[in-house]
Every structure is written in structure tokens, then in C-alpha cells.
Write a protein that binds this ligand. Sequence first.
Ligand code: MOS
Length: 770
Amino acid sequence: MFPDCRQAGYATFENYKNRHMKNTDTYRHLRGESVYLDDIPEVFGTLHALVYDSPIAHGKIKSIDYSEAEKLPGVIRIITYKDIPGENQIGAIIQDEELFAEDEVHFIGEPIALIVAESERIASDAKKLIHAEFEELPAVISPYEAKEKGCFIEAPRTFKIGDLKDGEKNSKYVFEGTAETGGQEHLYIETQGSYAVPKENGQITIYSSTQGPTAVQQITSRILGIPMNMIEVDVRRLGGAFGGKEDQATPWAVMVALAAHILNKPVKIVLSRHDDLRMTGKRHPYFANYRIGFSEDLKIQFYDVEFIQDAGAAADLSPAITERTLFHGNGSYFIPNAEITVFSCKTNLPPNTAFRGFGGPQGIFAIEAAMQHAADELNVPTYEIQKKNLLEDGDEFPYGQIAENAEAVSSWKAADKHFNIEKTYEEILKFNKENTKFKKGMSVTPLCFGISFTNTGLNQARALIHIYTDGSIGISTGAIEMGQGVNTKLKQVAAHIFSVPVSKIKLETTNTTRVANTSPTAASSGADLNGKAVEIAANKLLKRLKETAAEILHSKSEAIDIRDEIIFSQDKKTELTWDKLVSDAYWKRVKLSEKGHYATPEIHFDKTKEKGHPFVYHVYGTSVTTAIVDTIRGTYEIEEVKIVHDFGKSMNIFLDKGQVEGALIQGIGWLTTEEIRHDEKGRILANALSTYKVPDIHSVPKIVDIKELETEGDKHAILKSKAVGEPPFIYGTGSFFAVQNAVKAFNPNYKPDFNAPITHEKVLMGLYQD
Ligand code: MOS
């Protein structure tokens, strides 16, 4: 399953010494020694908090009686909006969300109060003693209804290129249809949590399981009405996040900070899985209406698509997620005439939030559905149509950026060469002719994903490096380690520049007092942004150390080289070692600490025109998926996913392949088994792992073959190693179409719709539809 990339026929880039190193946390993780939020030793006297939340989706709060709960022994205090010294407002992009509901509740799970007690058990007993009366108001559960009623988060946005009328004129074939994708639960293994410890003079230290420590600091400052410099946020690592802790880790942190501030005691909260599932937002469900036109030779002439996004009850990150849908509406294709519109609709459900891909996958699914639709109607293999329309250098994206170093065609060709797309198709046809009990289907998924925060201002990062007198190195950045291995990559960057072993380098916690004003670790950009900042700081230190070495060795700094901790002068090995050089530099009073600041060059975007150059580069790839359906039971398996992926020049192929594998399985889960449903009252039906099916070992394809596309890399990627967090999530798309094609092979009457996830139940219905 994990072919060694050093085998013959595979691209090899032995450019980095540590290319095959494991995540430096691996052993601690396996031994259970890694420290997560709930493992932080508690200060004596720590109190525990639990949220009292809305039981209804929409209504006025008539009265709440806390008196019985407050009387329970061990209950310290119940905190509500009335206790907030600052502003009761946690909205980041749009200020439309209260920390604690005041007069009205807008979704089930909306926080109303915080119960602070001596133990979580006591808090939970107290919760049952709170009596509230609501006046229920009509709840909008469907985004369609929201759209009809004009309930929007913001005005709809449209990206336009060319002229639809021109496209229409040149089209021989036009297809119109709908495509839907459902929500998705993040299911980070570590649930949301935070621990706030009051310090002297009204200062406060917050440990938070967050992707965005600065967001926690900013919102805490707003709620508490104290300046940001009074608040220190510290993060060791997260037990997974996937976007779910970009914005939605904040409220819990702010709540315990508020309690700690009021009580002058340490206060901790860790959400139970049930609370987390009920109260937090998911991936946004999307509903798309599309029209697509093709010329006689099957080139796309126009694409007109309107997305209805279910944003939930508050903006959260929805405006930014809307943007990424618009940016990925064209998928991997060149479309000369397009109009892509997103309506961000407000419903009475928990605010939906960031989730790996951030609206991109929803946009890409719709165009892939349209391609499949065309192929079904024209009775040609889908890949024939896809192949003809891939983006090439010089093509314009609907947002005005021109494709450069586009690897859409090259990755497709490489996939075809390695995996033979047509032969796969023929073999499946043959299999389907010979078999009735099982049918197979295949699909090809091209990938094109833009790298950079679409909000240009966020594309900056800082790093702080200390070299200690013994030669060991400590690095602080704004990056959050959430299992993706960013700390390992950052160590590699410094090890590469200094030419010292990775073991000499320590990654400090992410702390707002050491590195301030950080962007969240998101948008696949953690390693690029923070890595570039480390690179800048390390190069400054290296320059000074070389000058010092030159002085000691009576040489010139240009002639100095450090190789594996040995100092070379004019290519000749000297007696001077890294440790000795550092110690000498200290006694010569050379500065051994340095900061690096990086701001991504070349990017810009003009929202008034919806045009610009928002992405520093794109990541490409092509995957070939095959699925097999049991035509009696309606069950299916994803047999193979074979991928050619554009890693640039991967600096750590173990981590990077791990990201591709994880993203792939997460994408497969989204489109096959994971189904979030609410009843008409807005109650989540998938409120436990017994009713929400996450991918398990049976969802994992029998074969996952990941090959590296041979490329030059990209100078804006850290060490030319491209961002890898979100893009490969798109490969999961293939599972939907492969399964659907297998159903088609069995039932000629099957009328495929593009309504994901394609659960086993839907497959069974499809097999016997008449
Ligand atoms: Mo990520 S979905 O950009 O937190």
C-alpha cells in the first residue's frame, strides 16, 4: 500500500537529507506521552466548566431560573451575558454572534450560560436543575427556505469571465442539473477545550486547542474589555482540527477566560463528544444549480452555476468559505465563459465553519457532476470530456489569474502512463459484461487547488530562533501542530539551513507572547508561511555565524561553509565545529537570536472587481478511482485509488504521503458514508458515532498508490515543497462517481442524481430503481 518512492520508475528528489524522516512526535504519540489540552497538569484549585445551551432552534428567552442549580453544593457560579465586562460579541468577519445568548436563541446548542463548579460532574448535575422558558419562533432549517425568505449572511457574490451568451451561441450540447453535497463532522479525536489560568495584575494565560491563538487573544480581549497584551495564549499541539478549530475553538477559550477573570481561579472546559457534536458547526452543505454548454468537439463553452450554501445561524467563516467556492468553481478546467454565484444562507443550525478544503470541494464537486452529466447524456467516458478541457499555461481563471506552471495536463498524462486510464475503463467494461452479482465503476479526478489565504492580508508569518550557547536551537513560530507534522517540517527547514541534525532543534509551543499577530494555521499554508519565516531568520543567523567563523579562521565569510556541524573554509575541513563556533560567537558578543518576517509576494485581489492574483501557486494532480458494488446488498468498496500528485519537490515524502492518504479517506467519507441530518425542529439526528458513519478500515481503498509528479517545485513553496493539507481531499470526489458508474452498469433504468453522500442505502435504491 505504501510503495517505496525510491523504486525504479518513481520520481526521486534526494534533495533533502531528512526527506524520509518521520513526524518527530510519532514515538510520543504511540506511547501516549504527547501532551494535549486535557493532559496539562492542573493548578491546585482548578474549577471545571460546562455550557448550558439552547434546547430549541429559534425562540425568545422568556425566563431562566438558575437558583436551584446555584444552590447545588460545589457549584461556584453560573456566568451569563450579564457578567461580560466588555462586548458580548465573538463574530470575527461579521459581528453577528453573541458569546452567550441574551434575549433570543438561534440554534440548538447555542451557549446561554457557563456553569462553573468544583468538578465537571457537579456542573453536569447543576445543568439539569436549570429551568428555562422559551417562546418558540419558526425555525428555518432548509437553506432553500432561507433563500426564499431572503435570510442571507451577506449579499450574494458572483465571479464572471467572458460572456454566457457567447458561450451559449457556440454550444452544440447544453445540460442543466443539480448537485448537492452534505455537511461533514470534523471528528477531531481531541474535542474542543481550553484552560485559563489567571496571573498577577489581571493578566491571564489561556491554553487552548485552537488553530488560531491570535483569534482567541483578540476575542478574549473584546469580551473581557482588557488589552491584548494582558492575554497570553499558548498551544502545544492539537489532537486534530481539520478547520474545526480555526474559528470554533474560540468561544470555549473565551468562556473559561471570562470565568477565570471573574473568579480569579483557574478554569477548564473540555467538551464531551456529544456536546461537541451538538454545539459545533460542520462543513457547509451546498446545493448547486448548473447549466453547462459544450461545442461539438466537447470543449466547455460556458458554465453557469448558482450555489446555495447553508451557513447556519451566524457568519463565522462563511464569507471566506463562499470565496473559496467561487475560486474553485471551474475545478481543473478552462472555461471561457462562466458565471459562478454563491448565496450564503442563514438557517437555524449551528454556524457551519472551516473544514479541509474550505468550500473548494463543494465547488469542484458541482463541476465534476456537470461533466459526468454530459458524459452520461452523450454516452462517452467522462474522462474523454475531462481530458479535453484541462487548464493549460496561459489560461485565465474566472478570477483573472493566469495559469502558470499548470500541471493539470502533465499530471493527467503521468496518471495515464502509470495507470492506463483507457485500459482500466476497458477492463471494467469486460468485468461488467461477465458479472451480475458485482459491478464495477471508475472515475478520474483532476485536481487544481489554489494556495494562499484568499484574504491577502493573512498571508504573513513570523518566527523567532534562539541558538543557545551549547549549539542547541529553539524555534517559535505561529504554526500550530495538529498532527499534520508542521513542526517536523519547520525543524527540517532550520536543520537544512544550519546543516545540523534535526535532534539539535526544538519547536517551542505556539505562544502569542513570543510570536504575535499570527494567522491561523489554515489554508494549507502553515508550513509555507512559517517555514519561510524560519528560513529568513535562520539565514540571518547563518550569515553572522559565517562571519564569526571567518574571523576565527582568518578566512572570508563567502569561503565558509557548514556541513554536518563541521565548519569548512575554502572547501577544506577545519577543526571548528558548530557547537564551538556558537560558543565562540557568544563570547564575541554576536547576536544569537533572530526574528524572521515573511509576507507572501505577488498576491493581490480586488473584491470590487472580483479579479486579481490571489494564489501564490496552485497544486495539481490526477487520481483514478475504481469501485465495486454488491448488486444484491447495495454495499460497495472503493477498490483502488491511484494518484499522481504534484508535491513540488517534497521535503518530507512520509509526511506528505500521509497527508494525501488522510485527505483521500476523509474525502471518501464525506461523499460516501458521512451523512448529517437534522429533523424539522433542527435537532441533529447524527448526534453520535452510532448514527454518523465515519470512514473506517472498510472505507479504505484496497490499493492506494501515490506517485510523485516530476516537477521543478515552486520557489514560493517552502524548500520548493508544495502545500499538501487540503488539496488531496479532492481525490475523494472520485469515489462518488465510481460508485455511481457501477450502479449504472447494473441498472439501465437508474436515473443518477448528484446528491452526495452516496450511501449504501442510496446505492441499493438506485440498483432497483425503475
Ligand atoms: Mo482550514 S479548512 O483552512 O482551517
